[in-house]
Design a protein around this ligand. Structure first.
Ligand SMILES: Cc1cc2nc3c(=O)[nH]c(=O)nc-3n(C[C@H](O)[C@H](O)[C@H](O)COP(=O)(O)OP(=O)(O)OC[C@H]3O[C@@H](n4cnc5c(N)ncnc54)[C@H](O)[C@@H]3O)c2cc1C
Length: 528
């Protein structure tokens, strides 16, 4: 390709596509290069089992992005380009080993009544927590969509609340400490702990306290939000916006090197031997562990390289996808429950062991903690008529104590079988006859699918205090500007981190546009 572009974007996950969409709408010519044969990264729909069964190979819930300016204000015109969301009811159903269960419904009063079956005091605590968080949610959300160094941080937003001292304390506590201090009943505690774990942060780690509020609040408000047609509907709509504004997207183009001229990044090289020039900037969503290999060491400086060398992976997932003839059916207090989202927390004690097993590299097959998703319950367009896509997600380490990650290829069938057995304890209708086909993705497979899932990390890397806020990805480089002038970084390795939030993408676009004397506002006001 001889044509030169203003911006060359390396990688086509939802974040870099969001950034490219803002940049293209602002009038910059954009070329997006994606290593895989399809765009989307971890927001993708693939026929993993049988023809016509469109599985969410990674993310299913597009929750965080619901309260973003991207969707709330429809800044990019994604609705017009075919993006539509479904808010399932019930939100989530959690069965317990003793035959009890707890369901979150869209109607908060109905959820409250579920909690009250176990403890009226805990039901009141839930109501109070949702109301308390509702008062600060807009400020916390604004901080998420504010690039580091450009405005109020989460900590500053919390500190200026009328009850700021309490929020600073809750923020610094662990999710488990918050839950244990608010709730007493074991089922309710396990429910809240499972919910707080849904961004894969160890719930006993200090600094996760807000997750005890925000995950339940977000699900209660938006449900387990699904894009109609599958997770890939988001990147597909973004691609239409980019192309409508003259952008070009090329798949099967793995970026292998940065072109550095006069100390500045002026383009990229691909595995196919092509060179693409960028007149204004290169925007990368290549994992930082790989990015530093793409230019000479001196281009980064020692501090940056130290920050990358000490980068840690986060908790990884283990996924089995099924094509089925039925969704899981659970026994609820008033009859069968069929839900898009369900899970098996087992107990608070079992949940609290997850991070310890992860650190030890131990595969634990006793009472696996699961997240189970059957999106076809609310969106039948994802499978042939009367059929379902089912995803069973467990949480397992990438690094295994005895044998390293390569051992995964030999043990994944066994782990998948243990997870299925756990599902069947609660939903016995998922028999062998109901299952038409399956596909297993171990943490190693997730990395093979997408190089950005470094060491199986589904959020780019851990989100502990050393890799959060102004320390993400590396202290001194949290504002998306990389040490090499002309090079910018977005995606899950940048603030505020992983999940389908679009925040790293919008924030990176805001910084890049500002550096070019432009603004997000210009992009938003563009037609079409
Ligand atoms: C199994 C699983 C389930 C998940 N479930 C959820 C969920 O339900 N809800 C939720 O909010 N989050 C979920 N997540 C996390 C979420 O999907 C990710 O954090 C998020 O999608 C990351 O988006 P991104 O744009 O930063 O990067 P990615 O989606 O990882 O995209 C990066 C892209 O860059 C490309 N790339 C990498 N290197 C190169 C290169 N050298 N050259 C060219 N291209 C390159 C990759 O191929 C990829 O397409 C899940 C993740 C996994 C793995």
């Amino acid at each position: 390709m001889s044509e030169a572009f203003d911006i060359v974007v390396a990688g086509a996950g939802h974040n870099s596509l969001i950034a490219a969409a803002y940049l293209a709408r602002a009038g910059l010519s954009c070329l997006v290069l994606e290593a895989n044969e399809r765009i989307g990264g971890d927001t993708a729909s693939d026929e993993l089992t049988l023809p016509g069964f469109w599985h969410d190979s990674c993310s299913t819930a597009h929750n965080l992005i619901q309260s973003s300016p991207i969707l709330r204000e429809d800044e990019l015109g994604l609705r017009e380009h075919g993006l539509e969301y479904i808010a399932p009811d019930p939100v989530v159903h959690l069965p317990f080993p003793d035959g009890e269960s707890l369901t979150m419904w869209r109607d908060e009063e109905r959820t409250w009544a579920e909690f009250a079956r176990f403890s009226r005091a805990d039901a009141e605590a839930y109501r109070r927590m949702m109301a308390d968080y509702g008062r600060i949610a807009p400020d916390v959300g604004r901080a998420r969509y504010t690039p580091v160094g450009s405005g109020e941080s989460t900590g500053q937003a919390l500190a200026r609340q009328p009850d700021g001292g309490r929020w600073l304390r809750r923020n610094a506590m662990s999710a488990w400490e918050v839950i244990a201090s608010e709730f007493g009943e074991p089922h309710v505690r396990a429910f809240m702990l499972w919910m707080s774990f849904m961004t894969m942060q160890p719930p006993e780690r200090p600094g996760t306290g807000l997750l005890a509020y925000s995950l339940a609040y977000g699900r209660q408000r938006h449900s387990w939000t699904l894009p109609r047609g599958g997770s890939g509907a988001l990147p597909a709509a973004l691609a239409r916006v980019i192309e409508a504004h003259g952008g070009v997207i090329v798949t099967g183009a793995k970026v292998t090197g940065l072109v550095i001229e006069g100390g500045r990044c002026t383009g990229v090289e691909t595995a196919g031997g092509d060179r693409f020039a960028a007149r204004r900037a290169v925007l990368s969503t290549i994992h930082i562990k790989h990015l530093v290999e793409m230019a000479p060491a001196e281009a980064w400086g020692e501090d940056f390289r130290y920050g990358v060398a000490t980068w840690q992976p986060g908790i990884s997932m283990f996924v089995t996808h099924y094509a089925t003839t039925q969704p899981p059916r659970y026994r609820g207090p008033d009859g069968d429950v069929v839900s898009v989202a369900s899970g098996t927390p087992h107990s608070a004690g079992r949940m609290l062991r997850l991070a310890t097993d992860f650190r030890a590299g131990a595969i634990a097959l006793d009472d696996p903690v699961l997240l189970i998703l059957c999106p076809t319950v609310a969106d039948p367009s994802r499978a042939p008529e009367g059929r379902h896509t089912l995803k069973v997600v467990g949480f397992q380490p990438y690094e295994l104590a005895d044998g390293g990650p390569e051992r995964w290829d030999g043990v994944k069938e066994q782990v998948s079988a243990a997870n299925l057995e756990q599902l069947r304890r609660h939903a016995p209708n998922v028999t062998d006859e109901v299952i038409l086909a399956s596909a297993i993705k171990s943490p190693l497979d997730l990395e093979r699918m997408n190089a950005h899932n470094w060491h199986g990390s589904c959020h780019g890397g851990d989100a502990g205090p050393a890799q959060s806020g102004e320390l993400r990805p590396v202290p001194g480089w949290a504002s998306h500007r990389m040490p090499v002038p002309g090079l910018y970084q977005t995606g899950a390795t940048t603030y505020p981190g992983g999940s389908v939030s679009g925040a790293p993408g919008r924030n990176a676009a805001a910084v890049l546009l500002a550096d070019l004397g432009m603004s997000i506002g210009q992009a938003v006001r563009a037609n079409g």
